[in-house]
Ligand binder design. Structure first.
Ligand SMILES: Nc1ncnc2c1ncn2[C@@H]1O[C@@H]2COP(=O)(O)O[C@H]2[C@H]1O
Length: 822
């Protein structure tokens, strides 16, 4: 077959030409001689016949004759009427143009006959130009009527009429037959013109809607048509007149286009108006001509992922990624990147939609708005959307090395790495005070649950105050001999909140659960022990009493929050996740160094619970309810991970303080009161943010407690940090927080940093949300007291307690309080 020969046998000989691939732009006319086909491969496109269909319409004629009762005009009109059409006449050029501009497209005449016999009354060529300059008039057949005497003269020339836009010149006549013939010819010619114009318009619309950059030039490579993608990416306006393509494009594709090849694929370099560097794209081209000569050249430049990405930015200034484009064009300059292919899949992440919407908003926006949106889009593109970055604001810079150490260790997802440390084997675990992993046998105490249900006397009195913000947690610790969680848990969960009703379990199972959870806390930890769990549980219970949360959370959600608080640090080894990663602890290996401790706390909670029916508080829940509670508990425990602190805080602030003045970014750092907007609470996904924020705030609420509690918690956490540092040094592990050395560390400074960078913003947002100003007030007053101590030169733990006038607050408390047994 001719086509096959052509497909395999010919090309322009240029490296970019791909003779073996048939372009969708080209169809081979079956009747072309073989030699031509072989020389011009693949062949030119044509408009398929089916595209050239227009529905039959009655002919509409407009006559422009200045003379009031022109007989020629009347003859034309009656011929049209005989042919089943409609005619109307006007007497001036202005009326003619008015008729065109006023009428809807459907009413545009198919034929306009202009009296060109009296140039002093009507300038026919001028009117023809004006008509052709009017939109959507390409298909109208324009006839100029000239005098017979002038037409027959030797010096009569038709060209000026044609140049002006007339299709035909006709000699004046009153002959009905002549007019009928003319009208029928016009109807046929007009229909064909209309069909072609409509087909071209349809194709242009198709081209406009394609993602690739398309330009059509004339045979001299002057751009006649550039589609929307072309204009958008290259910064063109849609209405630019013909311009040489060479002003914009270069590279192998241009050489191919100039070589006379009919169809080629080669890289093209395109210059963008608003950017210094060009972009390099794969380009497919075709020379189009209905005869052997070329009338149009088509360039289809493939919009690669890189260009899409640039477009998504709202403008294309940055061409630093031009190099990326170069790389995305494979060696033959043609292969689509896999990312580009992915874009063809019916998948779209919300972030993609967000970026597209923002990018669309830049169109026609003032430059300052475009710049803002571009910056926002750039930020949205980063995968670490919520990773905090120190702001340039010198006020915000953490200058104190202790604070830097602490904040860095809490927020950083990177572990401190060292090549020096190698574990000697799985038995060489961390310190015995902390060793633990998911396969650890759960410490069970269910057989010897000996907590008395009836708490009497002082303990009862103390537990009666369990819903006050200055609840004496350390007194409870002492009175219960280090078992505050079960007592407080029973009082709050079983008593005040009656979670047994929501969970459909009996109080005994709850008591067993609390007991076994408490048993799995390490009493040897100075901070992460069951007293901390009880403290967080107490804070969550306190928050749940606030009207805002009462109105938002279902009983089952409240139950899940209390359970999560009680269990959120279960089996905490007293060292951080970073420590476990550096030590190659089995938990770090199990959880791939990601959210190691929080994953363990959540997993172990369920392992403990499901392991034994006597403690299984979920045993009576149906499958869906269990799933819901489990999801809630896990989500809240995972939310306590400090490396995600800013993520949770930012989401919360963005959702619930969205309408306050100023940028949201600034909202978190100004002294202005936040403008709360709780309408977002109607969406379940926003309620999740509330629950996360609730447990987060409870988890670090120690800094927002009255001073005597806050200071004791500071002592405890500092002690635990010191122990970790000691252990790191002893085991030659990387030291995660080198400043936390008991001999040198400034406790006041660590607390000032903690309050400044972690507490204040979060507590302000949460305090306003639940209407609990004391959270911020206590944090501020603690901050002020720590600053006083710092300014007085107080630094180490021993200094602090000396300055406070006693050897240990807790020591004082211990001395003052009777125990549960007493
Ligand atoms: N008062 C405090 N001073 C310094 N760090 C604290 C304080 N309270 C809590 N933290 C840290 O904040 C962390 C919150 O999550 P964790 O309970 O895992 O571990 C906690 C401590 O590392």
């Amino acid at each position: 077959m001719e086509v096959d020969k052509d497909d395999t046998g010919s090309s322009s000989g240029s490296p970019g030409a791909r003779a073996g691939r048939r372009s969708s732009l080209a169809l081979t006319p079956e009747d072309e001689p073989l030699v031509d086909v072989a020389n011009r491969s693949p062949p030119p496109a044509h408009i398929p016949n089916a595209m050239l269909y227009t529905p039959p319409e009655p002919l509409e004629l407009l006559c422009v004759f200045p003379e009031r009762a022109s007989r020629v005009c009347a003859a034309a009109c009656s011929a049209v009427a005989r042919a089943g059409g409609e005619a109307r006449s006007v007497r001036s050029a202005r009326d003619a143009l008015d008729a065109l501009r006023r009428d809807s497209e459907a009413k545009l005449p198919h034929v306009i006959v202009v009296d060109a016999r009296q140039p002093q009354t009507l300038d026919a060529p001028l009117l023809a130009r004006a008509i052709r300059g009017t939109k959507n008039t390409q298909h109208i057949i324009l006839i100029a009527i000239v005098k017979k005497s002038a037409y027959l003269k030797d010096d009569f020339v038709v060209l000026p009429y044609l140049d002006a836009g007339f299709n035909r010149v006709m000699v004046e006549t009153l002959s009905a037959t002549a007019w009928c013939a003319e009208v029928l010819q016009c109807r046929a010619a007009g229909a064909s013109a209309r069909a072609q114009v409509a087909a071209v318009a349809a194709l242009a619309a198709a081209v406009d809607r394609c993602r690739d950059l398309v330009a059509v030039t004339d045979d001299q490579q002057r751009i006649l048509l550039a589609n929307k993608s072309w204009c958008r990416v290259l910064g063109w306006r849609g209405d630019e007149g013909p311009r040489p393509l060479s002003e914009t494009a270069g590279g192998e594709a241009m050489r191919q286009a100039s070589s006379g090849a009919r169809d080629w694929e080669a890289p093209v370099t395109l210059r963008r108006r608003a950017a210094p560097d060009p972009i390099l794209l794969p380009c497919r081209g075709a020379a189009i001509g209905l005869t052997k000569s070329t009338s149009h050249i088509v360039f289809v430049c493939e919009q690669t992922h890189a260009v899409e990405t640039e477009r998504g930015r709202g403008s294309l200034h940055s061409i630093r990624r031009g190099s990326l484009d170069v790389r995305s064009v494979a060696s033959d300059g043609l292969r689509r990147t896999s990312l580009a292919k992915l874009q063809g899949l019916p998948l779209e992440a919300p972030i993609t939609k967000v970026i597209s919407l923002l990018s669309a908003a830049t169109e026609g926006a003032p430059p300052s708005t475009v710049a803002c949106i571009e910056r926002a889009v750039d930020m949205l593109r980063t995968s670490e959307l919520y990773s905090p970055q120190m702001r340039d604001d010198p006020k915000m810079r953490v200058e104190d090395p202790v604070a830097t150490d602490l904040i860095g260790a809490l927020l950083s997802r990177e572990q401190v790495n060292s090549n020096l440390f190698f574990m000697q084997g799985p038995t060489n675990t961390l310190s015995s005070r902390r060793s633990s992993n998911d396969s650890t046998v759960v410490r069970s105490q269910t057989n010897r649950t000996n907590i008395k249900h009836k708490t009497t006397g002082q303990l009862r009195e103390l537990l009666d105050t369990a819903l006050s913000w200055d609840f004496e947690i350390f007194r409870l610790e002492d009175m219960t001999r280090g078992r505050p969680l079960a007592h407080l848990g029973l009082a709050l969960m079983g008593g005040r909140f009656d979670i047994c009703a929501a969970l459909e379990c009996d109080e005994r199972t709850l008591l067993h659960w609390l007991t076994i959870i408490e048993t799995n806390y390490h009493s040897g930890n100075t901070y992460h022990n069951s007293t901390h769990a009880a403290d967080v549980l107490q804070a969550v219970a306190y928050f749940l009493e606030k009207d805002r949360l009462k109105s938002v959370l279902e009983p089952l959600e409240a139950a899940a929050a209390l359970l999560a608080a009680a269990a959120h640090d279960v089996d905490h080894p007293g060292t951080s996740s970073a420590f476990l990663c550096n030590a190659r602890h089995p938990l770090a290996v199990l959880y791939n160094d990601v959210s190691v401790l929080e994953s363990h706390h959540a997993a172990l909670t369920f392992k403990i619970t499901l392991n034994d029916n006597r403690v299984n508080i979920f045993k009576n829940l149906d499958r869906d309810t269990y799933k819901q509670v489990r999801h809630n508990v896990i989500d809240m425990i995972l939310a306590t991970e400090m490396t995600k602190h800013f993520e949770h805080l930012a989401k919360f602030v963005n959702v619930f303080y969205a309408k306050s003045s100023g940028s949201k970014e600034d909202n978190m750092h100004t002294d202005e009161p936040l403008a709360l907007d709780t309408t977002a609470l109607s969406l379940p996904e926003n309620v999740i943010l509330v629950k996360r924020m609730m447990i987060k705030c409870a988890d670090v609420s120690n800094a927002s407690r009255p001073q005597k509690f806050a200071f004791e918690w500071a002592r405890r956490i500092a002690e635990e940090y010191f122990l970790q540092t000691d252990e790191e040094k002893a085991k030659d592990l990387p030291v995660v927080m080198p400043m936390f050395d008991r001999a040198t560390c400034s406790i006041p400074r660590s607390q000032i940093g903690f309050i400044d960078y972690i507490i204040i913003d979060m507590m302000e947002a949460w305090a306003a949300f639940i209407d609990m100003p004391e959270l911020v007030n206590h944090a501020r007053s603690n901050h002020a007291r720590w600053r006083e101590l710092d300014e007085a030169g107080v630094s180490t733990l021993a200094d602090v307690w000396r300055a406070l006038g006693h050897s240990s607050i807790h020591g004082q408390l211990q001395a003052a309080q009777p125990t549960a047994e007493e």
